[in-house]
Design a protein around this ligand. Structure first.
Ligand code: GNR
Ligand code: NI
Length: 170
C-alpha cells in the first residue's frame, strides 16, 4: 500500500457498526489484508480488525509470533466463535482505545470458524493469548470494544480522561 491505513479511535462511530460479511475474496480484499498486516506490524499490535481502519467488513488479521522472530500473518474472514469454555482475565489494550488498558474477563478456550485469504474453510482452536486476541478482534466486527467489558465506573473514568486529553493535546 502506498499510504498507511488510518486507525480510527474511540469514540468514532465506525467502531460501533456491525461489520458486513465478505462475499467475494477479490483483489480489493487481498490489498486490504496486505494493508492491514502492514499497519498492524507498524503499530505494533498483535491483531487488527477491518472496522479499525474504517472498513465495516468481517475481516481480521493477527500475528502472535515473537517480536524478533519471523512474521507469520494470519487472516480470518467472516470468523465465528463456535465453541467457548472456561474463563480467563487478562489486561487488554486496543489500538482504537488510546492511553488505556484494563483487565477483561473472557472465555479461556475458543473454537473459531472462518475462511482464510484463499477462501479455504478454517477452524482454529485457541487458548491463552490467541483465544483472547480472537475474541477481542471478533468483538470489533460486532461494534464491541474491550471498554464495554469493564465496570461502568472505570469506563466513566476513562471517558473523563479522554475528554481532558482531547482538550489539551500531547
Ligand atoms: O495489540 C493489541 N494487543 C492486545 C493486548 C491484549 C489484548 C488484546 C490486544 S489486541 C491489540 C490490537 C488491537 O487493538 N486489536 O483490535
Ligand atoms: Ni482492538
Amino acid at each position: 500500500m502506498a499510504d498507511d491505513l488510518k486507525i480510527y479511535t474511540y469514540p468514532d462511530p465506525i467502531l460501533r457498526a456491525k461489520a458486513e460479511p465478505i462475499v467475494n475474496i477479490d483483489g480489493g480484499t487481498q490489498s486490504l489484508i496486505n494493508g492491514m498486516g502492514e499497519r498492524m506490524y507498524k503499530a505494533p499490535g498483535i491483531g487488527l480488525a477491518a472496522p479499525q481502519v474504517g472498513l465495516s467488513k468481517r475481516l481480521i488479521v493477527y500475528d502472535l509470533s515473537p517480536k524478533n522472530g519471523a512474521k507469520n500473518l494470519s487472516v480470518l474472514i467472516n470468523p465465528e466463535i463456535v465453541l467457548a469454555e472456561g474463563d480467563v482475565v487478562y489486561e487488554e489494550a486496543c489500538l482504537s482505545v488510546i492511553d488505556f488498558s484494563a483487565e477483561v474477563k473472557r472465555r479461556a478456550k475458543v473454537k473459531v470458524r472462518g475462511v482464510d485469504r484463499d477462501g479455504n474453510p478454517l477452524d482454529i482452536e485457541a487458548e491463552g493469548l490467541l483465544a483472547i486476541c480472537l475474541q477481542h478482534e471478533i468483538d470489533h466486527l460486532n461494534g464491541v470494544l474491550f471498554i464495554d467489558h469493564i465496570s461502568p465506573l472505570k469506563r466513566t473514568l476513562y471517558n473523563k480522561k479522554l475528554k481532558k486529553m482531547m482538550k489539551k493535546p500531547s
